[in-house]
Design a protein around this ligand. Structure first.
Ligand SMILES: Nc1nc2c(ncn2[C@@H]2O[C@H](COP(=O)(O)OP(=O)(O)O)[C@@H](O)[C@H]2O)c(=O)[nH]1
Ligand SMILES: [Mg+2]
Length: 258
């Protein structure tokens, strides 16, 4: 079976990475995977990651010194990942790690990209307060207006997605902004996307790093992509129900047994 690399950017997430690694381990049992942290922390997260990587052979990490930025971290992760299928997930457990198994089942079933969505039947954006809901709704609206390739995708501004590595072969990804998924959607080569529902969670440990600067960077990124985007549309987007998603997971189980 193909190998999966889960890339997780971390900035001061010492209280989350252990639980994340444990839950990912359970979610991906029987699947060949690596969990790759790209860390820019100033707290004791690097020590926690070092210990995790010694205890769990699936875990790798790189601690960067003198460099920060969510997008540069994720792109670095994609570059050094060993998998054939790549995923990106936040470290703070707002993206429930258990969704990785249905995402993997979905990509394996033949789609180029799987984008979990909070905004389709079966999904839930309950972890966001009203202000964050407004910010993220406006960001989506601007993104879709400016970039045709985002129009059919219900939740293109989260940091949770999985795809076949080959779609990045000729992609000129520029590590600007906060939203790495829109960079991938605009710059890579793919035809089919599947959306699956998931419930976004509230952050329990640590703090959000989202700032006013991130909003400005997003606008700059969208403006840049309007000029550079190689993907302008022509994408088939399929929306799965919970039932369809569970079916794909069952198919994956039978493949894993063989
Ligand atoms: N490596 C790295 N990770 C970052 C940086 N900023 C944020 N992150 C990580 O990116 C993910 C999303 O950040 P978060 O603050 O939760 O954003 P929010 O969910 O939009 O509030 C988390 O895993 C953070 O630890 C950064 O400068 N470098
Ligand atoms: Mg978060």
């Amino acid at each position: 079976m193909e190998k999966l690399s889960v890339v997780v950017p971390t900035f001061n997430e010492a209280g989350n990475v252990g639980i994340l690694a444990e839950r990912i381990g359970k979610a991906l049992s029987g699947i060949d995977y690596e969990l790759l942290f790209i860390d820019d922390s100033t707290d004791n997260t690097p020590e926690v990651l070092k210990k995790l990587s010694e205890e769990d052979a699936h875990v790798r990490y790189e601690h960067r010194v003198g460099e920060t930025g969510l997008a540069t971290a994720v792109i670095r992760g994609f570059r050094i990942a060993k998998g054939d299928i790549l995923a990106c997930m936040d470290a703070d457990l707002q993206h429930p790690p258990e969704i990785l198994r249905p995402m993997f089942a979905a990509v394996r079933s033949g789609y180029d990209l799987c984008i979990p969505s909070r905004l389709i039947p079966g999904g839930d954006d309950g972890g966001l307060n009203l202000y964050r809901k407004f910010v993220s709704g406006t960001a989506r609206w601007i993104g879709k207006l400016a970039l045709p390739c985002l129009r059919k995708i219900s939740d293109p501004t989260s940091g949770l997605f999985m795809f076949r590595k080959e779609i990045l072969r000729h992609a000129d990804l520029r590590p600007v902004g906060w939203k790495i998924m829109i960079e991938v959607l605009a710059m890579s080569e793919y035809e089919t996307v599947v959306e699956i529902p998931y419930a976004f969670q509230e952050r329990v440990e640590g703090e959000s790093k989202l700032s006013g600067k991130a909003t400005f960077e997003y606008l700059k990124q969208v403006a840049g992509l309007m000029r550079r985007a190689s993907k302008r549309g022509g994408i088939t987007v399929t929306r799965w129900t919970v039932r369809r998603m569970n079916h794909a997971v069952r198919v994956l189980e039978t493949e894993a047994v063989q």
